[in-house]
Design a protein around this ligand. Structure first.
Ligand SMILES: Nc1nc2c(c(=O)[nH]1)N[C@H]1C(S)=C(S)[C@@H](COP(=O)(O)O)O[C@H]1N2
Ligand SMILES: [Mo]
Length: 447
């Protein structure tokens, strides 16, 4: 299904021990960014590598300078792959894409919950997860060219001085589905599982902006978090994206301090996160410290160049597209997943199958859901529930019968409220591999 080139770029942490056994120096470099002296083989863990190692080991390595290159930390030897996922707070069925830092995706059948639990939530980091968060001194500052006054709030201010709101919001990585593009796109080779719908609680960004006083010339907001750049340079901003004022002022755009009724997990943005559902999840800034209200389109790292942009007009695969012919991705396209059964399910002859999943459509709602068992030749309508709230995903289900023994594929296709349906094949090639909303399909055997 995905091209070989894509597979080569992906290395799972499941390979960690094998990698250390065969090429420990290369393993160190890949996993922790360690450089080692080719003669003495003594390793030099740079800042970035040190903090990555600290996150995995749950504490910094005190005598890091004495640690030989290629030495597998004993803690990692104690358990297998599952243990490593457990250390990162993840279900053992998730898939670790070994792009430093850790990026983890969720197989479709583990996304069956209406509200995605932390353990089954994909994880995407552009830099290194902060290791020290002091909730007592944490502040959120709102400033920028387009505010009347700069304002700062402590966590306590946010929790006590503003009304709280809770919404289920779909956060999908703009590159979800990237693995299928041909020619392939660099970056995490997500298949289908870089999406989640959790329940976020916080205050409305709108209510905070009101305190700062938004000027008439406001165009965009941009977020700043406290993650560390992969280079280890503390002053370098990892990622600073944002949304136009219209999206910033929506009811559902939150400055969240809780996820699924608890503190936000560290890896997902503790103690504060901007959440704007329905748009590429990259606009939902983790470890939020500052929001700048800009008088122009925000120009932080990953807002400019070709980041999170797609060609305005379709192009032939492989085409180089100049910046002025690209547009910033806003609302995500209509999409759906089959979350039950797991692909490869076996049925006995005559057995009915209840398939189900979720569908979502960026800022829009999903209007209809269809399924096919004959490679899209005929489609039958599935039942579809309304969303729990705007921007939450919608549950769909269908009962299927299969005419005789053999191999089938179940295909699922959602249609949004404006009549756009998911394509059957990979749509709109773009160099960075964004916005693949092709139909999800699973294998079913009757025997
Ligand atoms: N501060 C900060 N916020 C961030 C990122 C990041 O690297 N740093 N990654 C973004 C991207 S690209 C995605 S897809 C989502 C992933 O959210 P999750 O890790 O909670 O699933 O966070 C977004 N917010
Ligand atoms: Mo992303």
């Amino acid at each position: 299904r995905c091209s070989c080139t894509g597979m080569e770029k992906t290395r799972t942490l499941f390979d960690l021990q094998r990698l250390y056994a065969t090429d420990p120096i290369e393993a160190d470099r890949l996993v922790f960014g360690r450089e080692s002296d080719p003669v003495t083989r003594r390793g030099f863990l740079r800042n970035a590598g040190l903090s990555a190692m600290a996150v995995v080991l749950g504490g910094s390595v005190v005598f890091a300078k004495d640690m030989p290159a290629g030495l597998i930390p004993a803690l990692l030897l104690e358990g297998g792959d599952e243990d490593l996922l457990a250390k990162l707070g993840k279900d053992k069925g998730l898939i670790v894409l070994n792009d430093k830092p850790f990026n983890i995706e969720t197989p479709a059948h583990l996304l069956d919950d209406d509200v995605t639990p932390e353990t089954r939530m994909f994880l995407r980091n552009n830099g290194l997860i902060p290791t020290a968060v002091d909730v007592n001194t944490w502040t959120l500052t709102i400033d920028g060219e387009a505010v009347e006054r700069k304002v700062s709030f402590s966590l306590k201010d946010l929790k006590t001085k503003f009304s709280h709101h809770t919404y289920r919001l779909v956060l999908e990585c703009g590159g979800n589905g990237r693995a299928e593009f041909d020619p392939p796109a660099e970056g995490n080779q997500w298949t289908v599982g870089a999406v989640q719908c959790a329940e976020w609680t916080g205050v409305r960004l709108r209510d905070l902006l009101e305190k700062a006083g938004v000027k008439k010339n406001a165009v965009y907001i941009g977020y700043y978090g406290t993650d560390t750049h992969l280079s280890g340079d503390q002053d370098k901003v990892v990622i600073s994206r944002g949304v136009p004022m219209g999206k910033a002022l929506e009811d559902e755009t939150l400055i969240a301090f809780a996820m699924n009724g608890k503190d936000i997990p560290l890896a997902h943005g503790f103690p504060l996160r901007l959440v704007a559902g329905g748009w590429p999840a990259s606009v939902s800034g983790k470890w939020l410290k500052r929001i700048a209200v800009r008088d122009k389109v925000h120009d932080g790292p990953k807002m400019t160049g070709d980041s999170y942009k797609v060609p305005i007009e379709p192009v032939e695969p492989g085409t180089e597209v100049p910046e002025e012919k690209l547009r910033i991705i806003e609302s995500m396209p209509v999409k759906s997943l089959i979350t039950y059964p797991k692909s490869g399910a076996s049925l006995v002859p005559g057995q009915k199958l209840n398939v189900r999943g979720h569908a979502w459509a960026g800022d829009l709602a999903v209007k209809e859901m269809h399924v096919s068992i004959d490679f899209g030749t005929t489609w039958s309508k599935a039942s579809l529930l309304p969303p729990h709230n705007r921007l939450a995903w919608q549950r769909w289900s269908a009962e299927l019968t299969f005419p005789k023994n053999g191999y089938y594929e179940v295909w699922a296709r959602a249609t949004d409220s404006e009549g756009h349906s998911q394509p059957m094949v990979v749509p709109g090639w773009n160099a960075k591999g964004y916005l693949n909303n092709a139909c999800h399909r699973i294998a079913v055997r009757v025997k």
